[in-house]
Design a protein around this ligand. Structure first.
Ligand code: KG4
Ligand code: ZN
Length: 404
């Protein structure tokens, strides 16, 4: 079974082909078209710019993905000739009327999609998986409308996918290039009940999974998400967007010859000992702001101060994420911990998570760094691993809020 998967939930346009064969799920292609350059000047994602960029990027990203999967084939001369017959023209007109309706609000995408469907044959895939929740609604709609147009044009079923579940399910993907039996069995080692942590730019969720395909939220952030905290505090320090990788780079550096007491930074670990599985990161952001504002100009502009601050911000977030996840794992007697989301691309977080879970003898699973970030391969994997139902393309709607 082959699935074409699409994700436009935030600022990345991604299209993947994922295959299930011999009880393994593999990525055949996974193309991500990043919008970082567009949003960097604003210090965050600007939804209407993201929506427009999705319109521009969806067809080229699809072409790239199908090409990589060797599924892109131009229509045959015979089929092309048939299009020009009277019967062919009527059929085409009817088809374009419906495509016009599906993409009526997305002019750029409409033109590109009609041309694409005329030029290329229906690829050998079985269904289209599309993220329909949660995310930025204008962005979600771009992907949904595009998926609808393809589903209609190719007469294929469509599978709506939850982006947060997909961030966890990508752990069941067989790693690329893995041939050894041991590695291929990675998926079988994830035992239930499991605790899942998703930390990204928009979400910080702790999820209890009693068995495959069942997700129950047990804790969430009450304000900012962990990734959002990285992004906002980076901005305070004058670092570029996205803030997570920028802080990580700085935190990995050594301060040189620190003597000055003023350069020491201590930040709170919000809700570390609270009696639940919730998070809160806005207080951390405020603490960074106050500390920054209270410093002399010469200090806050010094590289040493920024390094010390980056280390402390990163460690504060790491401490809370790991402690709360382990607490949940104990509470629910979890046999595995699985993690995902952009923040989990953080090298120091990955390292400390592995050490702590090893000490406590709870198997810890985490995708490769590029699969932690938004990508469509995770969407295809979730569609397959959770055995999601196909539906009629007319019925799919976007929902910005998380509803598990
Ligand atoms: O999952 P993702 O790609 O998109 C959302 O669904 O939000 O996550 C993006 C978030 C951003 O806030 C970014 O700063 C953060 O993940 N991030 C990182 C790192 N790489 C990306 N945070 C910390 N360390 C990193 N290396
Ligand atoms: Zn995400």
């Amino acid at each position: 079974m082959k699935i074409l998967a699409i994700d436009t939930s935030c600022d990345d346009t991604s299209v993947a082909v994922v295959e299930k064969k011999n009880n393994q799920i593999k990525t055949i292609s996974n193309i991500v078209s990043s919008q970082i350059k567009i949003h960097a000047p604003y210090g965050g994602v600007y939804p209407m710019l993201a929506k427009r960029a999705h319109q521009e990027n969806l067809v080229p990203t699809l072409i790239q993905s199908l090409k990589k999967a060797t599924l892109l084939k131009s229509v045959s001369i015979l089929a092309d000739r048939h299009r020009l017959t009277q019967k062919g023209k009527v059929k085409e007109l009817e088809k374009n009327k419906i495509l016009n309706k599906i993409l009526e609000k997305d002019e750029i995408l409409l033109e590109k999609t009609v041309k694409f469907l005329e030029k290329y044959e229906k690829p050998k895939i079985d269904a289209i998986a599309i993220t329909n929740t949660p995310g930025l609604e204008p962005c979600l709609w771009q992907g949904i409308n595009f998926a609808k147009a393809l589903a209609f044009g190719w007469n294929l079923p469509i599978i709506p996918v939850n982006h947060i579940k997909a961030h966890l399910s990508v752990n069941w993907l067989t790693p690329v290039g893995s041939k050894s039996k041991i590695k291929n069995q990675k998926s079988k080692q994830i035992e239930f009940p499991a605790i899942g942590l998703v930390a990204s730019g928009g979400h910080t969720e702790l999820i209890y999974m009693p068995k495959q395909g069942i997700f129950k939220i047990i804790g969430s952030t009450r304000d900012d998400a962990a990734g959002e905290c990285f992004d906002k505090t980076a901005r305070i320090l004058g670092l570029p967007y996205p803030g997570g990788p920028a802080i990580a780079v700085l935190a990995a550096k050594k301060e040189s010859g620190i003597k000055n007491q003023e350069l020491r930074v201590e930040l709170p670990r919000p809700m570390l000992f609270s009696n639940d599985f919730d998070f809160s990161f806005s207080g951390l952001k405020t603490a960074v702001l106050y500390s920054f504002q209270s410093q002399k100009k010469s200090i806050k502009e010094s590289q040493n101060y920024k390094i010390a601050m980056a280390k402390e911000i990163q460690q504060a977030i790491i401490d809370v994420l790991i402690a709360k996840t382990l607490k949940a794992a104990f509470h629910f007697n979890a046999k595995s911990i699985i993690a995902g989301g952009g923040v989990l691309a953080n090298q120091e977080l990955r390292r400390q998570f592995k050490i702590k879970s090893l000490k406590l003898k709870i198997p810890f699973f985490i995708p490769e760094k590029n699969l932690c970030m938004d990508n469509a391969s995770m969407v295809g994997t979730e569609a397959i691993i959770s055995n999601l139902k196909t539906t009629n393309w007319q019925k799919i709607k976007a929902s910005g809020n998380l509803n598990i």
